[in-house]
Write a protein that binds this ligand. Structure first.
Ligand code: SF4
Length: 528
């Protein structure tokens, strides 16, 4: 029976053809992304059996685990790809749960890209709206309830939720509150339009019951550093017990994954309690155990933190590399790491916890040292900064630029992101940063960072696409991104001194439909 259907839009219900890092591209305005690139290369359909997605997003697997733990039958819960919803939904369907990461293009990356690339709906947003349109039509026929959850659920306003037919927006982890809400909805009882979840107790960790896409396995929850602009900080920090991690990892490997992606906001703190000391024993044991699972090729994580890198030092990380399968020839591309700002004043005001156990005044030095370690251990990160925080001045930005100067030669992407008031953060009442607030200092930060990123991409793109399961895709992506990086460097030189004209130049670009210039450009990329 399909009583509870769990789904997500096409930009989430995909395995990204094996190159999951490319998912970020979908945060760009949809009009600058050719259809074939989105449909067949970045988000091809995932593996499915009888219409069910075999390896859905990790968060949907967590929902399944929480529901089964609270008494629902596993067979009543189905993971359905948007393209199969019409066949899967029936009179029996009581609930459709939708996972959302960037449903309205209001996440930091998409907000920044859509504004810097001349505006328009992002690929993530259009995919979400298309999914909701389909669900709304089905709802009119079958009268089920719709719950929107996931880290991006806050992006949907009251009015938008009503228009899209969403009954409940659910913020936070599934374990405690979600089963109660679903019980009530199925019984026809009333439920608030917005539900804030209670955090799970230490013993409420329910392992997922099947493989998650891309070999994702959660190793820690929350963060605990308390940055005021951030969402994950709302969930208390804890490390997931090793036996649960291993159980989940085995499910993915048995389903054909070779690489494990350890989900964490600061994975080097696995097993640690505070910010002053790491638990290298726990970390090493974690990696040793995962490495011993037959079939594991590479083990990487999602996020690191500069303070934790400096605290760990180079030697222990080199030892971890052995278990991770990382070395000079196979570097780890893409751990995300927040530099945020070079301004001790802003660090003190909005993110004092980020720098612990160091002080805001030591941050510049911490970042420079950590970047040297990252380079030496072949971890090539995506470094994000934040601009447009309330009360940010040109002096603050100049301090970030000075820090960037000292990071020249660091193999990394550098991305300044516009400030957005994440709905579940302490700064949720503030205004979104917009392009009319760009000034010379902020443009300098953007163009300098993009230049560094393009230079990095030119050199290391083959490692970024290394996970692609189809080798032809990899060859194509390598050529495409090399060309894009070349063009970015040329473009930045061209607009030098007047970067604002970039917005006008890019406003009318539309690559969604095949046109002669587009085809010509593609042929030239392939023939290169
Ligand atoms: S360190 Fe990162 S994850 Fe933690 S609260 Fe700050 S921004 Fe959020």
């Amino acid at each position: 029976m399909n009583r509870i259907i769990l789904t997500a839009d096409e930009t989430l219900m995909t395995e990204y053809g094996g190159a999951s890092f490319l998912g970020f591209i979908l945060c760009a305005p949809r009009r600058v992304l050719p259809n074939f690139l989105v449909k067949y290369i970045i988000c091809p359909r995932p593996r499915m059996k009888n219409g069910e997605v075999l390896a859905p997003p990790y968060s949907l697997r967590k929902v399944e685990a929480s529901l089964v733990h609270s008494g629902y039958n596993k067979s009543d819960i189905k993971f359905i790809h948007p393209s199969k919803l019409n066949e899967a939904v029936s009179e029996e369907t009581k609930i459709i749960g939708v996972d959302a990461v960037d449903p309205m293009g209001r996440g930091p990356v998409s907000w920044t890209l859509r504004h810097l690339l001349g505006g328009g709906k992002t690929a993530t947003q259009l995919a979400f709206l298309s999914l909701m349109k389909k669900i709304k039509l089905l709802k009119e026929k079958y009268n089920f309830k719709v719950i929107l959850g996931g880290p991006g659920a806050w992006q949907v306003t009251d009015k938008e939720a009503e228009l899209l037919g969403i009954d409940v927006r659910y913020y936070g982890p599934a374990e405690v509150t979600l089963p109660e809400i679903i019980d009530k909805l199925i019984k026809g009882e009333s439920v608030p339009a917005v539900v804030k979840a209670a955090p799970p107790k230490p013993d409420q960790v329910y392992p997922i019951l099947g493989p998650a896409r891309c070999g994702f396995v959660q190793i820690t929850e929350g963060c605990g550093r308390g940055c005021q602009f951030c969402g994950p900080t709302q969930v208390p920090w804890r490390s997931v017990p090793l036996d649960i991690i291993v159980k989940e990892a085995k499910l993915s490997i048995a389903a054909g994954e070779k690489n494990l992606y350890l989900l964490s906001e600061d994975w080097l703190r696995y097993g640690a309690k505070g910010f002053r000391e790491l638990n290298l024993n726990a970390l090493t044991k974690l990696l040793q155990t995962l490495r011993n699972i037959p079939g594991v090729d590479k083990i990487v994580s999602t996020h690191v933190n500069f303070s934790t890198m400096k605290l760990a030092g180079e030697k222990p990380i080199e030892e971890l590399n052995y278990y991770m399968g990382v070395n000079e020839k196979e570097p780890w591309i893409g751990p995300q790491i927040g530099l945020e700002t070079g301004s001790p004043r802003l660090l003190e005001k909005y993110m004092r916890g980020k720098v612990l156990p160091y002080t805001p005044q030591e941050w510049h030095e911490v970042v420079v040292e950590a970047c040297q370690i990252l380079k030496d251990v072949y971890w090539y990160p995506c470094i994000t900064m934040i601009t447009g925080l309330p009360d940010e001045t040109d002096d603050d930005i100049m301090l970030t630029l000075e820090l960037l100067d000292d990071l020249k030669g660091t193999p990394a992407w550098f991305f300044p992101l516009f400030f957005i008031p994440i709905g579940i953060s302490a700064l949720s009442g503030e205004e979104f940063f917009k392009t009319y607030l760009m000034n010379d200092a902020r443009w300098e930060l953007v163009t300098r960072s993009w230049k560094l990123s393009a230079e990095f991409a030119l050199k290391y793109i083959k490692h970024v696409t290394a996970g692609a399961k189809v080798s032809l895709t990899q060859v194509f992506l390598n050529k495409l991104f090399s060309r894009l990086s070349d063009e970015t460097l040329r473009f930045i030189d061209k607009i030098g001194g007047q970067p604002a004209q970039m917005l006008t130049m890019l406003k009318n670009v539309d690559l969604t439909t095949p046109s002669k210039p587009l085809m010509k450009a593609l042929i030239s990329i392939i023939a290169r």
